[in-house]
Ligand binder design. Structure first.
Ligand SMILES: [Fe+2]
Ligand SMILES: [Fe+2]
Length: 282
């Protein structure tokens, strides 16, 4: 495996990792600051029109299931609390990144997030908070969008090979680029100063050896299973992808394979909420 520093050098000049907008970065800092009040955080978000607009749309979507409509970000922050707001801010930022992404990549990401929400209720789940599990799924393949947007020629090559159905996307990416979307996504997470658990889960969702702690391994395995469920329910990131089962991921996930058939069924039946979420990204 390449060392992250080598990958960074290799990617330098090839791929530009999008920056987190300053307001978002400041809001994230405040979310980590125990002295910052919910009101302060609400005000910081409200200063960024695009972030507050997206946040309000998300807050009022079926995903957060609030009884009353929320009209101000400040009110939304107080209602939802810090943990949910952190997810919301990251989600809104991911949407900015996804904007130029291929439709199938976005659908796959939202489907994987929805699978996370479904599996978070299962016995043995590494992530039991549905909103948090959704964010992990939404983010896991963000590296593919970065490849698609920065390296269109190589991406075309990757998509063609993936369509042959013989090798998985990350294996082909390694041949074409010398790295893969999970590593690139992990680098983006580090650049955005996301929590280490989520960075580890993104980087390790196809290869648990990239995780730094047992908690990261469990979470990466959880995301790996969500990914598998998304493919089974008909939401591939790239059409024709060969889906192989990774025994290490299944074992580490601690999820009961018996529970997967109902989870796939529930995800298949979630199409309208997946579409609703995608329309929020527009
Ligand atoms: Fe992936
Ligand atoms: Fe995926």
């Amino acid at each position: 495996m390449d060392k992250p520093s080598n990958i960074e050098t290799m990617l330098d000049g090839l791929v530009t990792l999008p920056s987190l907008p300053t307001t978002v970065a400041r809001t994230m800092q405040m979310l980590d600051d125990p002295d910052a009040s919910l009101q302060d955080i609400g005000k910081a978000i409200a200063q960024d029109p695009s972030l507050s607009f997206k946040s309000l749309r998300l807050v009022n979507s079926a995903f957060y299931a609030l009884r009353d409509k929320v009209n101000s970000v400040e009110r939304g922050v107080v209602l939802l609390g810090i943990k949910v707001v952190r997810n919301l801010v990251v989600t809104a930022s991911v949407f900015e990144t996804f904007k130029g992404g291929e439709a199938s990549l976005l659908r796959h990401a939202v489907a994987c997030g929805t699978a996370g929400r479904i599996l978070s209720k299962s016995a043995g789940a590494a992530i039991t908070d549905g909103n948090e599990a959704f964010m992990y799924g939404l983010l896991h393949d963000v590296g593919k969008i970065i490849i698609q947007q920065n390296l269109p020629k190589e991406w075309k090559q990757i998509v063609t090979h993936v369509g042959d159905g013989r090798f998985s996307a990350h294996e082909i990416e390694h041949r074409v680029l010398g790295t893969d979307h999970a590593q690139i996504g992990g680098l983006l997470g580090t650049k955005w100063k996301l929590q280490e658990d989520i960075v580890g889960a993104i980087a390790g969702h196809h290869d648990l050896s990239r995780c730094a702690t047992p908690q990261q391994r469990r979470r990466a395995a959880f995301v790996g299973v969500c990914d598998w469920i998304a493919y089974q329910a008909g939401y591939p990131a790239i059409a024709g992808t060969a889906v192989s089962e990774n025994p290490a991921i299944w074992q580490e996930s601690n999820l009961d394979p018996e529970q997967m058939a109902p989870a796939i069924e529930e995800l298949t039946a979630s199409q309208s909420s997946i579409d609703e979420f995608i329309s929020l990204a527009a």
